[in-house]
Design a binder for this molecule. Sequence first.
Ligand code: ZN
Length: 248
Amino acid sequence: MRPHAERRFGLRGDLPGVLAAPPGSPAAAAGVRTGDLLLAVGDASLSVGQLEGAATWEGLEANLRIIDAALARGPTQVSVERDGETLDALLRPQRACGYDVQVDPSDELNARADGRRLFISTALASFAATDDELALVLGHELAHHVLGHRPWNDAEGEARRANERVWRARGGGGGAEAQADRVGLYLSARAGYDPAVAAPFWRRFGASNWRVRFPQIGHASAGARAVALEAVQREIEAKRAAGGELLP
Ligand SMILES: [Zn+2]
């Protein structure tokens, strides 16, 4: 898809491009604009990579690592290309979410987390009708990271598989997935999204996707998840009404 992305967004090779510089962001404050291509960060030039032949992810990833490492050290000079000219800007980084979100082109209704990134398929991103629903899905995946499920799963892989067989035999409730649903709804509520969308989302998802109407490996059925999430929503509303902190 790289040639399409290059045409659509004005990108070139492995050079990272700016697709958005929202008002108030460090990029906007530095005068960096949508459409700029990053050429250098600090003392390091970014590599444009191979312009012909099969594109790979590694070159862009190496550039992203250079940017992350430079910005982790504090304010950094960056060089960008805009309308054929090279301009310099001083970027003052702000602390933000440490996980990248990646959209996977796919017809499958799917989201996952690998310990470093959150992934959502284009089909599931499209199925989410509002930002609140998108936050519900991403909140669940983020909760897997926050709760450290990935290292636990890697270390206890066999134990987890055995647990999952038991959960399945009992109808699929509980376990890491139920925790991620619960903590994920808190994360999305804390970020300002509406937790009331959770139960209707899962019911709509179940109605349009027969597979999730039944318990899955580690997952309860869509209907059971909706009921459990309604209880979490009530809990969140009660804490809000009492003026308490939103901690799961
Ligand atoms: Zn999950």
